[in-house]
Design a protein around this ligand. Structure first.
Ligand code: ADP
Length: 480
C-alpha cells in the first residue's frame, strides 16, 4: 500500500523514484532531492536530464525510450551531478514497469544506486592491469610466476631468453631447479634465504640454464605473493652484455699484470746487480738512489701480484697449497717483521691459539699482512696497533685493532668488495686500490672462516678473522 511504499522509499539508502507510463518524473525520495539540491520544479517531468553528465545523456535517453516503448525493465550506468559539490558520481539506474489488472503499464518504478567507489576500484584495477600487461608484454624483462617449485606463468620475453615455450609450461615440466645452475648455487641459496625471511629477494646476479643447456647470466629478483604464500613472481634481465664487458676487463687486468710482471722482475734484478757492483766499487752516493728504485719496484711488484690474485679469484683459479701452519708462529713472526718495517710504531701481539691448520701459509700470511699494514696505513703515526689471538672450541680468532680513522658503519661490508675504498677525502693521499681486503676475504672464505670489522673500543677499528679450528692440534708446542 501507498503508506508502506513511502516509508520504504524514504528509508532505503538508494534514490527511489517513479514516473508516469510516458516517462514523466512524478516522485523521488528525500535522498534523491538531498543529493541533487535543486527545487522540485527543475527536477519534475524531464527536468532530471540536466543532472546527467552531458556525455552520458544521449545513451541514457536512447536506452530509456527503447525500454518505455517495449515496456521492459532497463539498467543504465551513468553519472549524476552532486548538487553540493558539483561533482558527478557514478550510479546504477534501474527501472521496471508496474502493470494494472489487464496488463497496461500504469507507472515506472526506479532506483539509483551509488557505484562511484566500485567504479573507482574498477578503474584502478584496469590501470594496474594495463601496467602489468605492458611489463608482461615487453621484450626487455622476463617475468615468471612459480608455485612451489613449478613455473606456472611466464611471459614471452622469458621464453625467448631461455628457449622454452608455452607448451613446456603447460606440461608442468618447467621447474625452478631446472633453471638453476650448480655454478651459481651460492647467490641462488642466498636469494632463497632472503625470500623465506623477508618475502622477497633483492636483485642478484646469477646464471640461468636455458632449454638447450646453455648458460645465461641474468639479473634476477623475486617477491612472494602476499595472499598465495606458495607463489612467487620473479623478474629476469639478460645480464650477458655486462658480464662480457666485465670478463673483458678482468682479462685485460690479468694480461696487463702478466705483461708487467716480467719487466719489473728484470728491473729489480738489474738494480740488485748494480747495487752489488757499486758497493764493490765503494760508490756510496748512488746506493740510496738504487735502494729507492728497488723499493718502488717492490711496491710495483706487490701491486701486480695483487692484480693477478684478483684475476685468479675471479676466474676461480687461485691456488692453495696444503701444509701444516702453526698459527701462533705465523702471527708472531709476521708482527716481528711488520714491527721492523715500521720502527716508529708499537705493534703488539697477545695470546695464543696453539692451533695448527692445514692451509697455505703464504695465503694466510697475505691476509694478516694486509690487516696489519692497513692498521698502520689508516691510523696516526704514533698510535699503537694491537693484535690479539685466541681459540675457542668453535673458532680460532685473530683481531687487529688500531686507533685510526675507523670504517663508517654503512661501508663495513662494502670494503671487502673488489676495488672498493672507503677512504675519506681528507685521507685521499693514502695509496691503495681496494684489492687487499677483497683478496683477504676470499682467502678466509676459502677456509670457511669469517672476516669483519667493527669499532675499536674508543677509536679506530677492529678487524676480526675467525677460522674453523678443524685441523688444529691442541697439544702442539709453540717455540716462544
Ligand atoms: P686499500 O687499502 O688498498 O685501499 P683494502 O682492500 O686493503 O684496500 O681496503 C679497502 C678499504 O677499506 C680501504 O680503502 C679503506 O677505506 C678501508 N680500510 C681498510 N682497513 C682499514 C682500517 N684499518 N681503518 C680504516 N679503514 C680501513
Amino acid at each position: 500500500n501507498e503508506e508502506q511504499w513511502n516509508i520504504l522509499a524514504e528509508t532505503v539508502p538508494q534514490f527511489v523514484w517513479s514516473t508516469r507510463p510516458d516517462g514523466f518524473l512524478e516522485y523521488w525520495n528525500k535522498q534523491f532531492s538531498d543529493y541533487l539540491q535543486a527545487p522540485s520544479e527543475s527536477i519534475r517531468g524531464q527536468g532530471w536530464r540536466q543532472f546527467i553528465y552531458p556525455n552520458d545523456l544521449a545513451r541514457v535517453i536512447a536506452i530509456r525510450s527503447r525500454s518505455l516503448k517495449a515496456g521492459e525493465p532497463y539498467e543504465i550506468e551513468c553519472r549524476l551531478k552532486d548538487g553540493q559539490t558539483a561533482n558527478y558520481n557514478w550510479f546504477l539506474v534501474r527501472a521496471a514497469p508496474v502493470h494494472d489488472a489487464i496488463g497496461r503499464i500504469i507507472r515506472w518504478f526506479g532506483t539509483c544506486t551509488n557505484i562511484e567507489s566500485q567504479k573507482r576500484l574498477e578503474a584502478t584495477l584496469r590501470q594496474n592491469q594495463e601496467r602489468i600487461q605492458a611489463l608482461m608484454e615487453s621484450t626487455i624483462i622476463g617475468i615468471i610466476v612459480t608455485d612451489n617449485e613449478k613455473v606456472i606463468t611466464a611471459n614471452d620475453a622469458f621464453l625467448y631468453m631461455t628457449g622454452y615455450n608455452q607448451e613446456d609450461l603447460q606440461n608442468g615440466q618447467l621447474t625452478f631447479s631446472l633453471l638453476q645452475s650448480p655454478e651459481s648455487s651460492t647467490p641462488d641459496l642466498q636469494a632463497l634465504e632472503e625470500l623465506v625471511n623477508f618475502r622477497q629477494a633483492k636483485p642478484y646476479e646469477t646464471i640461468c640454464v636455458c632449454k638447450d643447456g646453455s648458460l645465461l647470466p641474468i639479473l634476477a629478483g623475486v617477491v612472494a605473493l602476499p595472499h598465495h604464500p606458495s607463489q612467487t613472481i620473479g623478474f629476469l634481465l639478460d645480464n650477458s652484455a655486462r658480464k662480457e664487458l666485465e670478463q673483458r676487463k678482468d682479462d685485460f687486468i690479468s694480461m696487463a699484470s702478466h705483461e708487467l710482471k716480467t719487466p719489473i722482475k728484470y728491473l729489480k734484478l738489474q738494480v740488485q746487480l748494480l747495487e752489488k757492483q757499486l758497493a764493490r766499487q765503494s760508490n756510496a752516493q748512488t746506493v740510496p738512489a738504487l735502494a729507492s728504485i728497488e723499493k718502488q719496484a717492490r711496491h710495483l711488484e706487490r701491486l701486480v701480484e695483487a692484480f693477478l690474485d684478483v684475476s685468479k679469484i675471479q676466474a676461480g683459479k687461485l691456488d692453495y697449497l696444503q701444509e701444516r701452519v702453526n698459527i701462533d708462529e705465523l702471527i708472531y713472526e709476521l708482527v716481528e717483521a711488520m714491527q721492523q718495517i715500521n720502527p716508529t710504531r708499537t705493534i703488539t701481539v697477545h695470546g695464543t691459539t696453539r692451533a695448527i691448520l692445514l692451509a697455505d701459509r703464504d695465503r694466510l700470511r697475505q691476509v694478516f699482512t694486509n690487516l696489519i699494514s692497513n692498521a698502520t696505513k689508516y691510523s696516526p703515526q704514533a698510535s699503537p696497533v694491537a693484535i690479539e689471538i685466541s681459540k675457542s672450541p668453535e673458532a680460532i680468532s685473530i683481531e687487529v685493532r688500531d686507533q685510526g680513522i675507523g670504517v663508517p658503519r654503512e661501508q663495513r661490508e662494502k670494503i671487502f668488495e673488489r676495488f672498493y675504498r672507503a677512504v675519506p677525502s681528507s685521507q685521499k693521499e693514502s695509496p691503495g686500490l681496494g684489492m687487499g681486503l677483497y683478496i683477504a676475504a676470499q682467502i678466509v672464505k676459502h677456509y670457511k672462516g669469517t672476516i669483519s670489522v667493527e669499532d675499536a673500543r674508543g677509536k679506530g677499528s677492529t678487524f676480526r678473522v675467525t677460522l674453523p679450528p678443524r685441523d688444529s692440534e691442541a697439544k702442539c708446542s709453540i717455540p716462544f
